[in-house]
Design a protein around this ligand. Structure first.
Ligand SMILES: [Zn+2]
Length: 275
């Protein structure tokens, strides 16, 4: 009987190597063929950190941080937008004897740029690519669609504000007015189109993130909200904005739940627990 003495070293373990294509969580480098005990040759991140799986708790901390900062900016931007939108109405009416309509409108438009910019920047951060999955991402991934929609909105907002300021400051020759009107209609159309596209793309993108939490509750809600929120928005729009208020409230709560998970992952390494 061959009994090994207890103090002898264990037989050499076979060298473990990464057997399939696997991207580094930090720099996307393909780790295939490298020893699992080593480090990424591009960025020095331990290889084993990239092999733990798909959940956000195992993603690169900078990536999770970008998601959380982005979604927080979006949530605060929505709140500020709502407050300023309704506050602006009151202010516009109450200042009607002091300031001309065109001046009040211009001030309001410039002021609303702040929450708008918060949302656009926030969505951009929130849709930062994950180095560990970017190599497998489809060209038409929801994340990319959100970014295209955000870019279009950024351009239309900037051009729209410039055009309005020019129109307020100078009296354009009457021959240019039809062209200016058509231009502003086209801008408005592009902006609304981008905004609608962005809504559907964000919901699909949030579903993808929720699977990586994992949170089945968010996944289920996304499946309902993708048709419920636009329906509420349109059907109850004429009723003193009731539809948009409910729809935006539900959307806000959905993103807030995701934000709580991201925060919990940063603080504890685990997603949040909801009763
Ligand atoms: Zn790397």
């Amino acid at each position: 009987v061959d009994i090994q003495p207890l103090d002898s070293p264990p037989p050499d373990k076979p060298l473990d190597v990464v057997a399939t294509d696997r991207a580094c969580i930090r720099c996307s480098y393909n780790l295939r063929g490298l020893p699992t005990s080593g480090v990424c040759p591009e960025c020095g991140t331990p290889v084993e950190l990239s092999l733990r799986g798909y959940y956000l708790a195992f993603a690169a901390p900078e990536y999770v941080d970008s998601l959380r900062r982005g979604v927080t900016l979006v949530l605060n931007g929505i709140l500020l937008y709502a407050v300023m939108f309704f506050g602006g109405f009151v202010l516009k009416v109450s200042l009607s004897s002091v300031l001309a309509l065109s001046v009040r409108s211009a001030i309001w438009e410039v002021a609303m740029l702040l929450p708008t910019a918060m949302m656009l920047v926030g969505y951009w951060q929130f849709t930062r690519p994950d180095p560990s999955t970017i190599d497998r991402e489809a060209p038409a991934a929801a994340r990319r669609i959100v970014r295209i929609a955000i870019a279009i909105q950024g351009v239309t907002v900037a051009v729209g504000v410039l055009a309005d300021l020019v129109r307020t400051g100078f009296s354009a020759p009457p021959t240019l007015l039809p062209a200016a009107t058509i231009m502003s209609w086209l801008l408005g159309l592009a902006s609304v189109g981008a905004w609608i596209t962005q809504f559907f793309a964000v919901v699909i993108y949030v579903t993808w993130l929720a699977r990586r939490i994992p949170d089945r509750g968010i996944v289920t809600r996304c499946g309902v909200y993708i048709w419920l929120l636009p329906t509420l928005f349109v059907i109850l729009l004429p009723a003193v904005f009731i539809g948009p208020i409910i729809a935006i409230g539900l959307y806000w709560a959905l993103l807030d739940r995701l934000r709580k998970h991201l925060r919990a992952i940063q603080l504890t390494g685990m997603p949040a627990r909801f009763a």
